[in-house]
Ligand binder design. Structure first.
Ligand code: A3P
Length: 318
């Protein structure tokens, strides 16, 4: 185990509120928050059930979108049922734990149920979320032969989205400048580790396990086709009318206004949507607004080396 402490977040917040300094700890070389690290034994020993569905992604690859699509399919397009609870409470985020800092004039720490607590209390069939790299997925998921949907997003858009998410989420370390964050991302020194290893690791695993490997860019390009893939994977059949309803209700514009899917109800003391909304832009190619020509060349050169040993191909624009 290795832990390190970053004081920058605390300094950053000194005018607004007091918060414990950010500490990250590594599990098998993968940076996780100290709180996640503290429950790691229990996460690793988590008992998956055969009918669990796991939605796995690198953070900011389109998890919430996929969760909404899956839920709509599972609830046969019933919007009311899909709005029964927030995304966080509908689909336990298995490794996640966070305590919100006390609000000004209050000593109460806001406790959210952990992903483990939510999962253990949930009747089957469960849909569970994770950002873990494939080698850290609790072994019971493989022992039970659970189905997994993995969604990958091109590195540059994923990075930009992750950068903005760090800015608005006080539960994550201070990203520094975009230039600094790009360096950390390239080095894999960010929470949940290297994007490159993550997408490659899951890509390999799909040949051994029941994994549907999807791409954010494909979902943007042709949501009907990708939703149909998910339906088939989940052994569901639907008529065109229902399919259209799912496409509509899982569009960026509708989800942005859906309080059960846009993270405005949970983590209120942690996520500041006025800095950058959780539902930010939802597009392919936004990286072009952030990467300078020089940064882009350096990134691409490094990318080619890191991705030389895989058949995985991403689209960064249409
Ligand atoms: P941007 O920050 O680029 O806008 P995650 O759910 O894994 O945290 O991913 C969040 C990213 O997915 C954000 O990307 C968010 O806007 C985008 N997103 C969420 N819902 C979406 C939808 N229905 N269509 C397209 N993108 C969506």
């Amino acid at each position: 185990m290795q832990c390190s402490m970053a004081l920058d977040r605390m300094e950053d917040l000194s005018l607004k509120q007091t918060m414990v300094p950010f500490e990250s700890c590594e599990v098998e070389g993968i940076p996780l928050t100290k709180q996640m690290h503290s429950i790691w034994d229990r996460v690793w020993k988590f008992k998956a059930r055969p009918d669990d569905l796991l939605i796995a992604t690198y953070a900011k690859a389109g998890t919430t979108w996929t969760q909404e699509i899956v839920d709509m399919i599972q609830q046969d397009g019933d919007i009311e049922k899909c709005r029964r609870a927030t995304t966080y409470r509908r689909h336990p985020f298995i490794e996640w734990i966070i305590e919100e800092p006390p609000k000004t004039n209050s000593h109460l720490i806001m406790k959210h149920p952990t992903g483990l607590e939510l999962a253990e209390a949930m009747p089957s069939p469960r849909t569970i979320k994770t950002h873990l790299p494939v080698q850290l997925v609790p072994p019971s998921f493989w022992e039970q032969n659970c189905k997994v949907i993995y969604v990958a997003r091109n590195a540059k858009d994923n990075l930009v989205s992750y950068y903005h998410f760090h800015r608005m989420n006080k539960g994550l370390p201070n990203p520094g400048t975009l230039e600094e964050f790009i360096e950390k991302f390239m080095a894999g020194k960010v929470l949940w580790g290297s994007w490159y290893d993550h997408v490659k690791g899951w890509w390999k695993a799909k040949d051994k396990h029941r994994i549907l490997y999807l791409f954010y860019e494909d979902m943007k390009e042709n949501p009907m086709r990708e939703i149909q893939k998910i339906m088939k994977f989940l052994d569901k059949d639907m008529n065109q009318e229902l399919l259209n309803k799912i496409i509509y209700n899982t569009s960026f514009e509708i989800m942005k206004e859906n309080p059960m899917a846009n993270y405005t109800k949970d983590f209120r003391g942690i996520m500041d949507h006025s800095v950058s909304p959780f539902m930010r832009k939802g597009i392919v190619g936004d990286w072009k607004n952030y990467f300078t020509v020089a940064k882009n060349e350096k990134f691409d050169e490094d990318y080619r080396k890191k991705m030389a040993d895989t058949s995985l191909v991403f689209r960064t624009e249409f």
